[in-house]
Ligand binder design. Sequence first.
Ligand SMILES: [Zn+2]
Ligand SMILES: [Zn+2]
Length: 448
Amino acid sequence: MTDENTQAQQTEADKRQNPLGMHDILPDMHEYFTYIKKVVRHRARQAGYKRITTPILEFTDVFQRGIGDATDIVGKEMYTFTDRNERSLTMKPESTAGVVRAYIQHGMKEWPQPVQLYYIEPHFRYDKPQKGRYRQFWQIGLEIIGESDPALDAQVIDLANRINQDLGIAHLFTIQINNIGCPKCRGKYKQDLVNFYIGKERSLCEDCQNRLHKNPLRLLDCKQEDCQILAQLAPKFDQYRCPECKEFHTKLKDYLTELKIEFVENPKLVRGLDYYTGTVFEVWDKTQGAQNAIGGGGRYDGLAELMGGLPTPGVGYAAGIERIIANMKKENVRVPSKDDIHIFVAQLGDDAKKKCLTLLNDLRERGVKAVGALGKGSMKAQLRLADKFKVPYTLILGITEVREGVIIIRNMAKGQQRTVPHDTVIEEVIKLIGDDKLDKYSPGEVLY
Ligand SMILES: [Zn+2]
Ligand SMILES: [Zn+2]
Protein backbone atom coordinates (compact mmCIF):
# COMPACT_ATOMS: atom_id res chain seq x y z
CA MET A 1 0.00 0.00 0.00
CA THR A 2 1.43 3.35 -0.90
CA ASP A 3 1.71 6.08 1.60
CA GLU A 4 -0.78 8.19 -0.39
CA ASN A 5 -3.41 5.45 0.04
CA THR A 6 -2.71 5.29 3.74
CA GLN A 7 -3.25 9.02 3.97
CA ALA A 8 -6.44 8.87 1.93
CA GLN A 9 -7.84 6.23 4.23
CA GLN A 10 -7.34 8.30 7.33
CA THR A 11 -10.72 8.65 8.90
CA GLU A 12 -11.87 11.70 10.78
CA ALA A 13 -10.87 9.95 14.00
CA ASP A 14 -7.34 9.33 12.67
CA LYS A 15 -7.01 13.02 11.95
CA ARG A 16 -7.04 13.63 15.64
CA GLN A 17 -3.63 11.94 15.66
CA ASN A 18 -0.38 13.49 14.53
CA PRO A 19 0.19 13.57 10.76
CA LEU A 20 2.04 10.60 9.31
CA GLY A 21 5.80 10.90 9.79
CA MET A 22 5.52 13.67 12.38
CA HIS A 23 5.94 12.75 16.01
CA ASP A 24 5.50 14.04 19.51
CA ILE A 25 8.60 14.28 21.64
CA LEU A 26 7.32 13.01 24.98
CA PRO A 27 9.18 13.64 28.26
CA ASP A 28 11.12 10.34 28.22
CA MET A 29 12.44 11.10 24.73
CA HIS A 30 13.24 14.66 25.81
CA GLU A 31 15.67 13.26 28.36
CA TYR A 32 17.71 12.02 25.40
CA PHE A 33 17.22 15.27 23.49
CA THR A 34 18.41 17.29 26.48
CA TYR A 35 21.49 15.12 26.88
CA ILE A 36 22.38 15.19 23.16
CA LYS A 37 21.95 18.96 23.02
CA LYS A 38 24.19 19.32 26.06
CA VAL A 39 26.94 17.22 24.47
CA VAL A 40 26.72 19.10 21.18
CA ARG A 41 26.66 22.54 22.81
CA HIS A 42 29.61 21.64 25.00
CA ARG A 43 31.78 20.12 22.26
CA ALA A 44 30.89 22.87 19.76
CA ARG A 45 31.68 25.61 22.29
CA GLN A 46 35.04 24.05 23.13
CA ALA A 47 35.95 24.19 19.44
CA GLY A 48 34.85 27.81 18.96
CA TYR A 49 31.52 27.23 17.20
CA LYS A 50 28.61 29.59 17.84
CA ARG A 51 24.95 28.68 17.55
CA ILE A 52 22.72 29.76 14.69
CA THR A 53 19.01 29.28 14.10
CA THR A 54 17.65 29.98 10.65
CA PRO A 55 13.89 30.25 10.07
CA ILE A 56 11.85 27.15 9.34
CA LEU A 57 10.60 28.81 6.15
CA GLU A 58 12.92 30.00 3.40
CA PHE A 59 12.15 31.11 -0.11
CA THR A 60 12.00 27.93 -2.20
CA ASP A 61 14.75 29.36 -4.38
CA VAL A 62 17.28 28.93 -1.55
CA PHE A 63 16.95 25.15 -1.80
CA GLN A 64 16.37 24.92 -5.55
CA ARG A 65 19.61 26.74 -6.26
CA GLY A 66 21.68 25.24 -3.50
CA ILE A 67 20.59 21.63 -3.30
CA GLY A 68 19.62 21.32 -6.96
CA ASP A 69 16.43 20.50 -8.85
CA ALA A 70 17.59 17.02 -9.82
CA THR A 71 17.90 15.75 -6.25
CA ASP A 72 15.22 13.70 -4.50
CA ILE A 73 14.99 16.34 -1.79
CA VAL A 74 14.05 19.20 -4.12
CA GLY A 75 12.33 17.02 -6.71
CA LYS A 76 9.96 15.10 -4.48
CA GLU A 77 10.44 15.69 -0.78
CA MET A 78 9.97 19.38 0.00
CA TYR A 79 7.00 20.87 1.81
CA THR A 80 6.48 23.80 -0.53
CA PHE A 81 3.53 26.14 -0.62
CA THR A 82 2.49 29.54 -1.86
CA ASP A 83 1.85 32.07 0.88
CA ARG A 84 -0.91 34.69 0.94
CA ASN A 85 1.29 36.98 -1.10
CA GLU A 86 1.91 34.44 -3.89
CA ARG A 87 5.50 33.76 -2.83
CA SER A 88 6.82 30.21 -2.91
CA LEU A 89 8.07 29.18 0.53
CA THR A 90 9.56 25.87 1.69
CA MET A 91 9.93 24.31 5.13
CA LYS A 92 13.65 23.70 5.42
CA PRO A 93 14.58 20.15 4.38
CA GLU A 94 18.14 20.72 5.67
CA SER A 95 20.05 23.64 7.17
CA THR A 96 23.25 24.22 5.20
CA ALA A 97 21.60 26.21 2.39
CA GLY A 98 19.88 28.49 4.93
CA VAL A 99 23.07 28.96 6.96
CA VAL A 100 24.99 29.95 3.82
CA ARG A 101 22.12 32.30 2.88
CA ALA A 102 22.52 33.88 6.34
CA TYR A 103 26.31 34.10 5.93
CA ILE A 104 25.87 36.08 2.72
CA GLN A 105 22.96 38.19 3.96
CA HIS A 106 24.65 39.27 7.21
CA GLY A 107 28.05 39.93 5.65
CA MET A 108 29.75 37.29 7.79
CA LYS A 109 32.76 37.50 5.47
CA GLU A 110 33.70 40.55 7.57
CA TRP A 111 33.83 38.37 10.71
CA PRO A 112 37.06 36.55 11.65
CA GLN A 113 37.37 33.64 9.20
CA PRO A 114 36.49 30.87 9.08
CA VAL A 115 33.06 31.37 10.66
CA GLN A 116 32.13 28.30 12.71
CA LEU A 117 28.45 27.75 13.37
CA TYR A 118 26.39 24.94 14.83
CA TYR A 119 22.65 24.26 14.92
CA ILE A 120 20.08 21.99 16.54
CA GLU A 121 16.99 22.24 14.38
CA PRO A 122 13.87 20.51 13.07
CA HIS A 123 13.73 19.75 9.34
CA PHE A 124 10.93 18.63 7.05
CA ARG A 125 10.90 16.18 4.18
CA TYR A 126 7.96 14.49 2.53
CA ASP A 127 9.79 11.16 2.62
CA LYS A 128 8.31 7.67 2.89
CA PRO A 129 7.85 7.24 6.63
CA GLN A 130 9.66 4.13 7.86
CA LYS A 131 11.49 3.00 10.96
CA GLY A 132 13.81 5.76 12.11
CA ARG A 133 12.73 8.10 9.31
CA TYR A 134 10.37 10.96 9.96
CA ARG A 135 8.89 13.79 7.97
CA GLN A 136 9.69 16.17 10.77
CA PHE A 137 13.11 15.19 12.07
CA TRP A 138 15.74 16.91 14.14
CA GLN A 139 19.37 17.38 13.20
CA ILE A 140 22.48 18.63 14.88
CA GLY A 141 24.88 20.27 12.49
CA LEU A 142 28.28 21.95 12.22
CA GLU A 143 29.46 24.37 9.52
CA ILE A 144 32.87 25.97 8.92
CA ILE A 145 32.52 28.70 6.30
CA GLY A 146 35.05 31.02 4.68
CA GLU A 147 38.19 28.91 4.31
CA SER A 148 39.24 25.81 2.45
CA ASP A 149 41.82 23.51 4.00
CA PRO A 150 41.87 19.74 4.53
CA ALA A 151 42.68 20.41 8.20
CA LEU A 152 39.21 21.98 8.58
CA ASP A 153 37.56 18.92 7.00
CA ALA A 154 39.55 16.72 9.41
CA GLN A 155 38.41 18.84 12.35
CA VAL A 156 34.75 18.59 11.38
CA ILE A 157 35.05 14.81 11.10
CA ASP A 158 36.92 14.70 14.42
CA LEU A 159 34.21 16.71 16.19
CA ALA A 160 31.45 14.52 14.72
CA ASN A 161 33.31 11.46 15.96
CA ARG A 162 33.89 12.97 19.40
CA ILE A 163 30.19 13.75 19.78
CA ASN A 164 29.34 10.14 18.89
CA GLN A 165 31.89 8.96 21.45
CA ASP A 166 30.35 11.13 24.14
CA LEU A 167 26.94 9.68 23.26
CA GLY A 168 28.27 6.14 23.64
CA ILE A 169 27.59 5.06 20.06
CA ALA A 170 30.80 5.76 18.10
CA HIS A 171 31.81 2.08 18.15
CA LEU A 172 28.69 1.17 16.12
CA PHE A 173 29.79 3.24 13.14
CA THR A 174 32.49 3.61 10.52
CA ILE A 175 33.46 6.89 8.91
CA GLN A 176 33.32 6.54 5.13
CA ILE A 177 35.21 9.19 3.17
CA ASN A 178 35.64 10.13 -0.46
CA ASN A 179 36.61 13.11 -2.58
CA ILE A 180 34.23 13.82 -5.44
CA GLY A 181 36.44 16.45 -7.06
CA CYS A 182 36.10 20.03 -8.15
CA PRO A 183 34.01 21.29 -11.11
CA LYS A 184 37.13 20.92 -13.27
CA CYS A 185 37.82 17.21 -12.76
CA ARG A 186 34.25 16.21 -12.00
CA GLY A 187 32.91 17.75 -15.24
CA LYS A 188 35.00 15.45 -17.39
CA TYR A 189 34.10 12.47 -15.22
CA LYS A 190 30.37 13.19 -15.39
CA GLN A 191 30.57 13.35 -19.18
CA ASP A 192 32.34 9.99 -19.40
CA LEU A 193 29.87 8.50 -16.93
CA VAL A 194 26.91 9.58 -19.06
CA ASN A 195 28.64 8.17 -22.15
CA PHE A 196 29.16 4.86 -20.35
CA TYR A 197 25.46 4.57 -19.51
CA ILE A 198 24.16 5.63 -22.92
CA GLY A 199 22.79 2.53 -24.64
CA LYS A 200 22.39 0.77 -21.27
CA GLU A 201 19.39 2.81 -20.10
CA ARG A 202 17.05 -0.18 -20.24
CA SER A 203 19.05 -1.94 -17.51
CA LEU A 204 18.58 1.02 -15.17
CA CYS A 205 15.74 1.54 -12.72
CA GLU A 206 13.25 4.27 -13.52
CA ASP A 207 14.80 6.73 -11.06
CA CYS A 208 18.25 6.26 -12.57
CA GLN A 209 16.92 6.68 -16.11
CA ASN A 210 15.55 10.05 -15.02
CA ARG A 211 18.70 10.98 -13.14
CA LEU A 212 21.15 10.03 -15.89
CA HIS A 213 21.34 13.39 -17.60
CA LYS A 214 20.59 15.56 -14.57
CA ASN A 215 22.64 14.01 -11.81
CA PRO A 216 24.69 11.08 -13.17
CA LEU A 217 26.80 10.72 -9.99
CA ARG A 218 23.72 9.53 -8.16
CA LEU A 219 23.61 6.40 -10.33
CA LEU A 220 26.65 5.17 -8.43
CA ASP A 221 24.87 4.88 -5.10
CA CYS A 222 21.48 3.55 -6.31
CA LYS A 223 20.35 0.64 -4.15
CA GLN A 224 18.71 -1.35 -7.02
CA GLU A 225 20.62 -4.52 -7.86
CA ASP A 226 20.83 -4.00 -11.64
CA CYS A 227 22.03 -0.43 -11.14
CA GLN A 228 24.65 -1.62 -8.66
CA ILE A 229 26.00 -4.19 -11.14
CA LEU A 230 26.39 -1.47 -13.77
CA ALA A 231 27.92 0.90 -11.23
CA GLN A 232 30.67 -1.68 -10.59
CA LEU A 233 31.59 -1.56 -14.29
CA ALA A 234 31.30 2.23 -14.66
CA PRO A 235 34.45 4.38 -14.89
CA LYS A 236 35.92 5.16 -11.46
CA PHE A 237 36.51 8.73 -10.36
CA ASP A 238 40.04 7.97 -9.06
CA GLN A 239 41.56 8.28 -12.50
CA TYR A 240 39.91 11.66 -13.09
CA ARG A 241 40.85 13.45 -9.89
CA CYS A 242 43.01 16.51 -10.68
CA PRO A 243 46.36 17.02 -8.88
CA GLU A 244 44.87 19.68 -6.53
CA CYS A 245 41.99 17.43 -5.48
CA LYS A 246 44.36 14.49 -5.09
CA GLU A 247 46.63 16.50 -2.81
CA PHE A 248 43.70 17.79 -0.77
CA HIS A 249 42.43 14.25 -0.24
CA THR A 250 45.87 12.87 0.68
CA LYS A 251 46.31 15.63 3.26
CA LEU A 252 42.88 14.98 4.73
CA LYS A 253 43.79 11.31 5.21
CA ASP A 254 47.11 12.33 6.80
CA TYR A 255 45.34 14.61 9.25
CA LEU A 256 42.73 12.00 10.13
CA THR A 257 45.51 9.51 10.81
CA GLU A 258 47.28 12.14 12.94
CA LEU A 259 44.04 12.58 14.92
CA LYS A 260 43.80 8.77 15.29
CA ILE A 261 40.44 8.64 13.54
CA GLU A 262 39.65 5.39 11.77
CA PHE A 263 38.09 5.84 8.37
CA VAL A 264 37.16 3.78 5.33
CA GLU A 265 37.91 5.05 1.83
CA ASN A 266 34.78 4.59 -0.22
CA PRO A 267 35.12 5.58 -3.88
CA LYS A 268 31.38 5.05 -4.44
CA LEU A 269 30.29 7.57 -1.83
CA VAL A 270 28.75 10.59 -3.59
CA ARG A 271 26.00 12.07 -1.32
CA GLY A 272 22.75 13.24 -2.79
CA LEU A 273 23.12 17.00 -2.88
CA ASP A 274 24.46 19.05 -5.77
CA TYR A 275 26.35 21.44 -3.57
CA TYR A 276 29.07 19.06 -2.46
CA THR A 277 32.58 19.43 -3.86
CA GLY A 278 35.77 17.65 -2.83
CA THR A 279 35.46 15.90 0.54
CA VAL A 280 32.32 13.92 1.30
CA PHE A 281 31.85 11.63 4.29
CA GLU A 282 29.16 9.58 5.98
CA VAL A 283 28.84 7.85 9.34
CA TRP A 284 27.68 4.32 8.49
CA ASP A 285 26.30 1.59 10.67
CA LYS A 286 28.95 -1.17 10.91
CA THR A 287 26.47 -3.91 10.08
CA GLN A 288 23.88 -2.18 7.89
CA GLY A 289 26.06 0.32 6.04
CA ALA A 290 24.38 3.28 4.39
CA GLN A 291 20.91 1.95 5.26
CA ASN A 292 21.35 3.07 8.80
CA ALA A 293 23.74 6.01 8.49
CA ILE A 294 23.28 8.55 11.29
CA GLY A 295 24.94 11.46 9.59
CA GLY A 296 27.24 12.82 6.97
CA GLY A 297 28.65 15.89 5.40
CA GLY A 298 31.28 17.34 3.18
CA ARG A 299 32.72 20.36 1.49
CA TYR A 300 30.50 22.77 -0.42
CA ASP A 301 32.86 25.30 -1.96
CA GLY A 302 30.45 26.21 -4.76
CA LEU A 303 27.30 26.72 -2.70
CA ALA A 304 27.62 30.44 -1.87
CA GLU A 305 28.09 31.25 -5.55
CA LEU A 306 25.09 29.12 -6.55
CA MET A 307 23.10 31.28 -4.17
CA GLY A 308 24.31 34.52 -5.70
CA GLY A 309 27.10 35.29 -3.24
CA LEU A 310 30.85 35.62 -3.68
CA PRO A 311 32.83 32.38 -3.95
CA THR A 312 33.02 31.13 -0.35
CA PRO A 313 34.28 27.71 0.66
CA GLY A 314 32.64 25.70 3.42
CA VAL A 315 32.52 22.30 5.05
CA GLY A 316 29.91 20.80 7.34
CA TYR A 317 28.29 17.84 9.04
CA ALA A 318 24.74 16.96 10.06
CA ALA A 319 23.32 14.02 12.01
CA GLY A 320 19.79 12.91 12.82
CA ILE A 321 18.82 13.16 16.48
CA GLU A 322 16.06 10.51 16.27
CA ARG A 323 18.54 8.05 14.76
CA ILE A 324 21.13 8.87 17.40
CA ILE A 325 18.53 8.16 20.09
CA ALA A 326 17.50 4.86 18.44
CA ASN A 327 21.14 3.78 18.56
CA MET A 328 21.63 4.94 22.14
CA LYS A 329 18.59 2.90 23.15
CA LYS A 330 19.84 -0.11 21.20
CA GLU A 331 23.11 0.12 23.13
CA ASN A 332 21.29 0.63 26.44
CA VAL A 333 22.99 3.99 26.87
CA ARG A 334 21.15 5.56 29.78
CA VAL A 335 21.01 9.31 30.17
CA PRO A 336 20.65 11.05 33.51
CA SER A 337 17.03 11.91 34.20
CA LYS A 338 16.73 15.31 35.76
CA ASP A 339 12.95 15.14 35.90
CA ASP A 340 12.76 13.00 39.06
CA ILE A 341 10.81 14.74 41.80
CA HIS A 342 12.44 14.94 45.27
CA ILE A 343 9.51 15.84 47.46
CA PHE A 344 5.76 15.56 47.44
CA VAL A 345 3.80 17.87 49.71
CA ALA A 346 0.44 16.63 50.99
CA GLN A 347 -1.92 18.94 52.84
CA LEU A 348 -5.33 19.04 54.44
CA GLY A 349 -7.37 22.10 55.36
CA ASP A 350 -7.39 25.72 54.17
CA ASP A 351 -4.56 26.91 56.43
CA ALA A 352 -2.34 23.98 55.45
CA LYS A 353 -2.95 24.67 51.78
CA LYS A 354 -1.87 28.29 52.16
CA LYS A 355 1.31 27.30 54.04
CA CYS A 356 1.93 24.70 51.35
CA LEU A 357 2.12 27.27 48.57
CA THR A 358 4.95 29.15 50.29
CA LEU A 359 6.66 25.94 51.37
CA LEU A 360 6.75 24.65 47.77
CA ASN A 361 8.30 27.89 46.59
CA ASP A 362 10.88 27.92 49.40
CA LEU A 363 11.86 24.32 48.64
CA ARG A 364 12.20 25.01 44.90
CA GLU A 365 14.24 28.14 45.60
CA ARG A 366 16.83 25.94 47.33
CA GLY A 367 16.95 23.43 44.46
CA VAL A 368 14.51 20.86 45.82
CA LYS A 369 12.23 19.59 43.04
CA ALA A 370 8.84 19.60 44.73
CA VAL A 371 5.23 19.05 43.72
CA GLY A 372 2.14 19.38 45.87
CA ALA A 373 -1.35 18.01 45.75
CA LEU A 374 -3.26 21.26 45.86
CA GLY A 375 -6.58 19.78 44.84
CA LYS A 376 -9.26 18.52 47.19
CA GLY A 377 -8.18 14.88 47.49
CA SER A 378 -8.21 13.02 50.83
CA MET A 379 -4.89 12.46 52.63
CA LYS A 380 -5.01 8.82 51.52
CA ALA A 381 -5.52 9.79 47.86
CA GLN A 382 -2.66 12.29 48.09
CA LEU A 383 -0.28 9.66 49.47
CA ARG A 384 -1.27 7.30 46.63
CA LEU A 385 -0.41 10.10 44.22
CA ALA A 386 2.96 10.57 45.96
CA ASP A 387 3.65 6.88 45.33
CA LYS A 388 2.93 7.33 41.64
CA PHE A 389 5.45 10.18 41.47
CA LYS A 390 7.99 7.73 42.96
CA VAL A 391 9.23 10.40 45.38
CA PRO A 392 11.56 9.31 48.20
CA TYR A 393 9.90 11.64 50.75
CA THR A 394 6.52 13.23 51.35
CA LEU A 395 5.84 16.18 53.64
CA ILE A 396 2.50 16.02 55.39
CA LEU A 397 0.80 19.13 56.66
CA GLY A 398 -2.61 18.62 58.29
CA ILE A 399 -4.81 20.73 60.53
CA THR A 400 -3.02 19.54 63.71
CA GLU A 401 0.46 20.14 62.26
CA VAL A 402 -0.42 23.69 61.24
CA ARG A 403 -1.77 24.41 64.73
CA GLU A 404 1.37 23.00 66.41
CA GLY A 405 3.83 24.59 63.94
CA VAL A 406 5.29 21.25 62.87
CA ILE A 407 5.36 19.11 59.75
CA ILE A 408 5.64 15.34 59.15
CA ILE A 409 8.42 13.92 56.96
CA ARG A 410 7.48 10.52 55.58
CA ASN A 411 10.07 8.13 54.14
CA MET A 412 8.07 6.54 51.34
CA ALA A 413 10.17 3.39 50.90
CA LYS A 414 10.27 2.53 54.60
CA GLY A 415 6.84 3.88 55.45
CA GLN A 416 8.37 5.63 58.50
CA GLN A 417 7.60 9.16 59.53
CA ARG A 418 8.80 11.72 62.01
CA THR A 419 7.68 15.19 63.03
CA VAL A 420 9.95 18.25 62.83
CA PRO A 421 9.39 21.96 63.59
CA HIS A 422 8.04 23.77 60.53
CA ASP A 423 10.90 26.26 60.37
CA THR A 424 13.58 23.55 60.17
CA VAL A 425 11.91 21.41 57.51
CA ILE A 426 13.79 22.81 54.52
CA GLU A 427 17.21 22.12 56.12
CA GLU A 428 16.02 18.62 57.10
CA VAL A 429 14.88 17.90 53.54
CA ILE A 430 18.16 19.14 52.03
CA LYS A 431 20.08 16.88 54.42
CA LEU A 432 17.99 13.89 53.31
CA ILE A 433 18.31 14.56 49.58
CA GLY A 434 21.98 15.52 49.64
CA ASP A 435 23.36 18.85 48.54
CA ASP A 436 24.83 17.39 45.33
CA LYS A 437 21.44 16.13 44.16
CA LEU A 438 19.76 19.53 44.32
CA ASP A 439 18.63 21.22 41.12
CA LYS A 440 20.13 24.62 41.74
CA TYR A 441 19.40 27.27 39.18
CA SER A 442 21.75 30.06 38.44
CA PRO A 443 21.02 32.21 35.41
CA GLY A 444 24.56 33.62 35.47
CA GLU A 445 25.57 37.20 35.83
CA VAL A 446 23.99 39.87 33.68
CA LEU A 447 26.35 42.62 32.62
CA TYR A 448 25.35 46.18 31.87
ZN1 LIG B 1 39.67 18.64 -9.01
ZN1 LIG C 1 18.83 2.85 -10.03
